[in-house]
Design a protein around this ligand. Structure first.
Ligand code: GLA
Length: 359
């Protein structure tokens, strides 16, 4: 916590230098990051995911302006960015500011008027580590804009705005898991979310005998966004091919594991086949994992986490040597009952469940 106080003091000072004026007019909003326990690369395939919000996250300090301009600063980047509300466009050079810009753009698309704002972002989530720092920035921006514009959108609508910013403004075809977990997360709970319908249930993850541990490879995702979009289109290709045997198929997650042999036979390309197989079985694993958690069978839950990692490694091919090394090391530790990569992959973090007695 001491670090957090220091971080917020530094952020406040930086904000007042960036946006001098009355202290009473400064507002501060927070959005968490998330960890996904299981259900990876299933969200944009209409499947189940099982994420939980973290206590780590993003703060945004905000002061309204009246000139329809938006200015962005961050404690992690020296550069500041300014745009006019009349011309909000993606620009690679604007780096982190593209996320809040995308959210502003999505508000404007909905006809919501905003008079402008100065915004400074600060946070304790590692960037590009698979813990959704971008969704956290998006939702922090969305709640801030909601407050300063007086709009009355539901949290689920703000979640959709975050995803729209990511898909249509930043250009990553991500699903809705991250924004949903960040916007709808509740303390002590994971969210079992059906990404085809947005139906969800909260599941207690109160585990008195276990720690949930995240370990960062410190390998940043790098070119991952293009790889992510490549996985997305491979899944689209699989759906198109499978429509001949599963008429009306919309999402890969609609295929039940017992129907896999038919799907297997229908997909020609071995790579597309592997991608589809991961999605079909990961969706089924997520459903089973949530049932096991409900039955307090954590060892069973942990085994499915391990299987998830193996499938992401061999079939979806999004782990890489760093994540594989961490998972393998965790699997060899007696008190660790499950360990897997979390998030998009290609670097970032693993999540593990570890018995307290052994830790
Ligand atoms: C990223 C995306 C999510 C999801 C995960 C993989 O975090 O933003 O929508 O697809 O990868 O499960």
């Amino acid at each position: 916590m001491a670090n957090r106080v220091g971080l917020l003091q530094e952020a406040y000072q930086k904000f007042m230098a960036f946006s001098p004026g009355d202290a009473d007019q400064v507002r501060v909003f927070f959005a968490p990051g998330r960890v996904n326990l299981i259900g990876e690369h299933t969200d944009y395939n209409g499947g189940l995911v099982f994420p939980a919000a973290l206590t780590l996250g993003t703060w945004v300090f905000v002061r309204s302006r009246q000139d329809h301009h938006f200015r962005f600063a961050s404690t992690s980047f020296a550069a500041t960015v300014e745009v006019s509300g009349e011309n909000v466009q993606y620009a690679a050079k604007d780096d982190f500011a593209n996320y809040p810009k995308g959210v502003i753009w999505a508000f404007l698309q909905r006809g919501i008027e905003m008079s402008g704002a100065d915004m400074l972002f600060a946070g304790d989530l590692p960037n590009r580590a698979g813990l959704s720092s971008s969704a956290s920035v998006e939702l922090a921006t969305a709640v801030a804009l909601q407050a300063i514009s007086g709009s009355e959108l539901s949290m689920v609508e703000l979640v959709k705005i975050g995803q729209q910013a990511e898909n249509q403004f930043v250009g990553v075809n991500s699903g809705i898991m991250d924004q949903f977990a960040v916007g709808m997360g509740k303390a002590g709970h994971a969210i079992l979310l059906d990404c085809a319908t947005l139906d969800y249930t909260l599941a207690s993850i109160d585990m008195p005998d276990y720690h949930l541990i995240m370990i960062n490879t410190n390998k940043q995702r790098g070119l991952a966004d293009s790889k992510y979009n490549e996985r997305y289109s491979q899944c689209q290709t699989a759906v198109q091919e499978l429509q001949s045997v599963f008429p009306g198929l919309q999402f890969l997650a609609e295929i039940a594991p017992q129907d896999w042999p038919r799907a297997d036979a229908a997909i020609v390309d071995p790579v597309i086949k592997k991608r589809a197989r991961h999605v079909v079985f990961e969706h089924a694993r997520t459903k089973e994992a949530a049932n096991l958690l409900r039955a307090l069978d954590l060892e069973g839950f942990g085994r499915l986490m391990n299987e998830s990692h193996v499938s992401l490694r061999d079939d979806y091919e999004v782990t890489g040597v760093e994540l594989d090394a961490l998972a393998k090391a965790a699997w060899s530790v007696p008190g660790c009952i499950g360990s897997r990569m979390t998030g998009a992959g290609f670097g970032g973090c693993t999540v593990s469940i570890v018995r307290k007695d052994d830790y």
